[in-house]
Design a protein around this ligand. Structure first.
Ligand code: PLP
Length: 362
């Protein structure tokens, strides 16, 4: 029996060739492919600057540092996300505040953000869940009125648009972070990128990525801030350049799959707002008996995943004062959600087969 998981990379011979070429070249890292990939992301998103990194987690960390987030500050994000959206604030010693989600999109609710603002709030980290942009105009307005930095966690959302602007353009934010982990829309194996239109932030991101070093003259450099080695390699960047060329095709196929499920499954799913043109990363549905559904799906060859266990309920965040019951919409969503297979390699026959198997176990 053919098995299906919720997500999978799409790698072609052309991708493989581009990686092999780098392996035969003089530069495995810190070479021309990294700048070329960064330029490709700028060209695509319309952002002025891009800094690639070795993961979106690293990207979120240096975005927080560049934003000046530190001890005594608070950062607001959503509980329905991967751990890194919250952890990046903790790496800098800041406290995490969560704001509950909208039931119909599972994105952070701007009205909920307002409830958690305080004099200590320094930054907002909205997450474009499943690929659909948050309502960035409303989030930008809250940020402006309260003098906050906005870092978009766009790990799910390369290729997506909000009100006609590409996610990553930073039209409504200070920085945007992408992930190129293999389950995401394009991949560099591990990898990420931060975009911004602000030159000062750009320079800080560059420094934090590479030990806080600032080249002065000849062999000389000054280490100004405490940075890291978060650099992407040229091997990864070459794969990224090659994958970017297929982004439009990936986006088209991902939407076809979502439309197919919407039409043929009849299961409750997230809705897409007027302002969004999403490049979908996930297709979560809501089922009555999620535990049973998960196990029955495995029996018919569907290896599905739950996105996400609400971050505030993790044992670590419980030590930070959170508990089950704090965010009812997020918890209700979590109790019923499960993500179906969504990746460009799925054929029309695969989709028919997946829908057939799901109907068997419902
Ligand atoms: C995958 C993911 C990350 C982390 O990305 P890595 O590249 O694996 O570090 C961060 N935020 C969200 C929402 C993600 O889905």
């Amino acid at each position: 029996m053919k098995t299906y998981s919720y997500g999978k990379q799409h790698i072609t011979d052309e991708d493989i060739q581009s990686v092999v070429e780098v392996l035969k070249s003089p530069y495995l890292t810190c070479g021309p492919k990294v700048s070329k990939f960064e330029q490709a992301i700028c060209d695509y998103t319309g952002a002025k600057y891009c800094v690639t990194v070795n993961s979106a987690t690293s990207g979120l960390h240096i975005a927080m540092l560049a934003a000046g987030v530190g001890v005594g500050d608070e950062v607001i994000t959503t509980p329905i996300t991967f751990l890194a959206s919250a952890n990046c604030a903790r790496y800098c010693g800041a406290d995490v505040k969560f704001a509950d989600i909208e039931k119909d999109t599972a994105n952070i609710d701007p009205e909920e953000i307002k409830k958690h603002l305080s004099a200590k709030t320094k930054a907002l980290v909205p997450v474009h869940f499943a690929g659909q942009s948050c309502d960035m105009e409303r989030i930008a307005k809250i940020a402006k009125e309260n003098n906050l930095i906005v870092v978009e966690d766009a790990a799910h959302a390369i290729g997506s648009e909000y009100k006609g602007s590409k996610v990553g353009s930073c039209k409504y934010s200070d920085m945007t972070v992408f992930s190129f982990h293999p389950v995401k829309t394009i991949t560099t194996a591990e990898g990420g990128a931060v975009t911004t239109n602000d030159e000062a932030l750009y320079k800080k991101l560059l420094a934090y990525r590479s030990h806080g070093m600032h080249h002065t003259q000849d062999w000389k450099y000054d280490m100004i801030e405490l940075g890291f080695n978060y650099r992407m390699t040229d091997v990864q960047a070459a794969l990224g350049i090659s994958q970017m060329k297929k982004l439009a095709q990936f986006k088209k196929r991902r939407r076809e799959i979502v439309d197919f499920y919407n039409k043929n499954l009849g299961l409750p799913h997230l809705i897409e707002r007027e302002f969004s043109d999403a490049c979908f990363h996930l297709y979560p549905v809501l089922v009555e008996e999620r535990e049973a559904f998960y196990h029955n799906a495995r029996k018919v060859g569907l290896n599905l995943q739950v996105h996400y266990i609400p971050v505030h309920t993790q044992p670590y965040y419980q030590t930070q004062g959170y508990k089950w019951g704090d965010y009812p919409n997020a918890e209700e969503y979590y109790n019923h959600c499960i993500s179906l297979p969504l990746y460009p390699d799925l054929t029309d026959e695969d989709l028919q087969e997946i829908v057939k198997r799901i109907k068997e176990i419902l």
